[in-house]
Design a protein around this ligand. Structure first.
Ligand code: DGT
Ligand code: CA
Ligand code: CA
Ligand code: ZN
Length: 561
């Protein structure tokens, strides 16, 4: 994905937001958002290709993009930026504050930033305004706090892309990322890269195009801030202590503290230079040697959170974690029939390139009004999928749908229609702030529907944008286990939903999981690896994951055998 695509997509997104804030037509807002997504997901670099070839980009949008590519802006965007100050736009990033309310607060009270809003609430200046009760104020304060925290961390997808770019552009004898990124945490505070050799590497690092500012620079460590605001630390380490450095800087701090406690008892010392007895090096070259010397199994980085992994590794009882190679298919993907940008043919062809044994297309169902889905369209797609099947003898194509769980737990279609789908994912897409007990029964009712196979992105959170819904998760997990309903691990990195701590809890209740990409474009299929990271952090094995199963076992689970 070229940077021009990302930048143009971001500009169109911003334009869509501003257009909505200033009272623009909802369908046009939607078409800008759709075009932005399409451009971001387009495989070719649009600064070289004709942007009109991107699906969903008509003449009017193409003109804007072309102007943007020439001068980094376009007239209509400039106009709206003048009407709505930057800080007011920041207001809309507060969860539960929509564009209309943000503009209202600006015009009525001159509130022009999240900080100004927090202040106004503190001074009681919102009291008496229509639509701003005590409960709303409390939610706004929570949202402001969340925004503050989120702006200091990025999701795994952003950090991983950047780390891989950096690593690919720096020639070194050895180079790898450590820290929370190697542990596959869902959000990343900063990127930690370790390298062996050459002397010129620090200069090359500081000269990379995405470096905005050099924070600190020395012979052994350089820290920079990238154009996206993320900090990257590069450390040069001696070849003979590579393993010790990787172990130390991978963390987590809590995991390392546990290991050092063990060392102290034996009179040993563990540092980023090695495992020592007095001056004698016991192990330092590889991580494996270090863990072995400590009398334990090598611990996969996603487990290194002091969640019982040290004890298990000492007993030789670490789980055999599910891997990306174990996944046989993807059970939640979209096409341009709803909000995806690629055609059915394109998605299926890309899935085949991943070598899948099965692949489900699950476009949105009619109750998500904006997607304009109908039964007729779904059946037409099914026929088209059946025709395509002949071209892919080694990959079973499954026709599915992503249903909407209504506030009462019901879904879009009656049983006789649902039975016609091979796989039904059901997700919450509205009414996010239902009270806890209602939200809990909503999920339980959905689980109890015999045609619902998978609950999609269960908490509905979007990292840095939308908080998780409130539910009694243990009660939901109990229901999912009892009804044989899988819970999704949505691998799309701004969702990462279920998060790993809840996955681990659900597993204790006997729940099965589906690791899905929730793809809306061909490149998204590759996001599945982030879902595997979540699964590994939750100690899942192949047996816990329905799309790591062979086709026959999956079909039996779906009741479609
Ligand atoms: P982040 O960056 O907030 O997402 O999380 P980490 O885990 O990458 O943390 P970071 O970048 O502060 O440090 C990277 C690793 O280096 C950390 O996981 C453990 C190790 N480390 C850094 N500083 C210390 C320290 O003061 N004590 C110990 N025991 N370990 C440290
Ligand atoms: Ca870090
Ligand atoms: Ca760091
Ligand atoms: Zn969804």
């Amino acid at each position: 994905m070229g940077r021009a695509n990302d930048d143009a997509a971001a500009a169109l997104e911003e334009y869509a937001d501003l257009f909505a804030m200033t009272g623009g037509d909802a369908f046009r807002v939607r078409s800008y958002q759709k075009a932005a997504k399409a451009i971001a997901g387009y495989p070719e670099d649009i600064s070289r290709a004709d942007v009109r070839k991107v699906p969903g980009v008509g003449e009017a949008i193409a003109k804007k993009v072309e102007e943007f590519l020439q001068r980094g802006g376009f007239r209509q965007l400039d106009d709206l930026r003048m009407q709505v100050p930057e800080g007011v736009r920041m207001l809309t990033r507060i969860a539960s504050l929509g564009p209309k309310k943000a503009v209202f607060l600006y015009r009525e009270l001159g509130i022009d930033s999240p900080e100004a809003l927090a202040e106004a609430i503190g001074e009681g200046r919102l009291a008496g305004l229509r639509g701003f009760g005590a409960k709303t104020e409390e939610n706004l304060l929570k949202g402001i706090e969340q925004l503050k925290q989120a702006s200091e961390r990025v999701h795994l997808g952003v950090a991983m892309n950047l780390a891989e770019l950096i690593i690919a552009s720096l020639p070194a004898e050895k180079i790898a990322y450590a820290g929370s990124l190697r542990r596959m945490k869902d959000t990343i505070g900063d990127i930690d890269i370790l390298a062996v050799g050459p002397a010129t590497i620090m200069e090359e690092f500081k000269g990379l195009p995405y470096v905005a500012e050099v924070i600190a620079s020395g012979g052994l460590k350089t820290s920079v801030r990238t154009t996206r605001g993320l900090q990257v630390d590069l450390r040069v380490v001696p070849a003979e202590s590579w393993g010790a450095a990787m172990q130390y800087f991978t963390g987590s701090k809590e995991h390392n503290v546990r290991l050092r406690e063990m060392c102290v008892k034996r009179g040993w010392k563990l540092s980023e230079y090695g495992l020592f007895e007095g001056e004698t090096v016991i192990a330092s070259k590889t991580e494996e040697e270090i863990y072995e010397a400590l009398g334990m199994q090598w611990v996969p980085p996603p487990l290194r959170e002091d969640g019982g992994e040290v004890q298990a590794a000492l007993r030789g009882e670490l789980p055999e974690l599910v891997t990306l190679a174990d996944l046989q298919g993807d059970l939640h993907t979209h096409t341009n029939l709803t909000d995806g940008i690629a055609t059915l043919e394109e998605m299926v062809e890309a899935a085949a390139r991943h070598g899948y044994a099965y692949y489900a297309v699950t476009d949105h169902a009619p109750n998500l009004f904006m997607q304009r889905m109908t039964l007729e369209k779904a059946l037409e797609q099914r026929a088209q999928l059946h025709r395509l099947q002949d071209e892919y003898p080694d990959m079973r194509l499954l026709h599915g749908t992503e249903l909407n769980i209504a506030p009462d737990g019901s879904v879009d279609w009656p049983a006789e229609i649902l039975e016609g789908f091979d796989v039904c994912v059901a997700s919450v897409h509205s009414h996010f702030s239902q009270p806890r007990d209602e939200m809990t029964s909503r999920f339980i009712t959905a689980c109890e529907n015999p045609n619902v196979h998978i609950i999609g992105h269960p908490t509905t959170r979007k990292i840095g944008k939308r908080p998780p819904v409130d539910a009694d998760w243990e009660a939901v997990f109990e229901a999912a286990a009892r009804t044989n309903t899988a819970l999704e691990i949505d691998a799309y990195p701004d969702r990462a939903d279920l998060p790993s701590d809840l996955v681990r809890l659900a597993r204790h209740h006997g729940v099965k999981f589906s690791i899905d990409s929730d793809s809306h474009a061909v490149p998204h299929l590759g996001n599945l690896r982030f879902g595997v990271g979540i699964a590994q952090r939750a100690w899942l094995t192949r047996d816990d994951v329905i799309n790591a199963w062979p086709l026959e076992r999956l079909l039996a689970f779906l009741g479609r055998g």
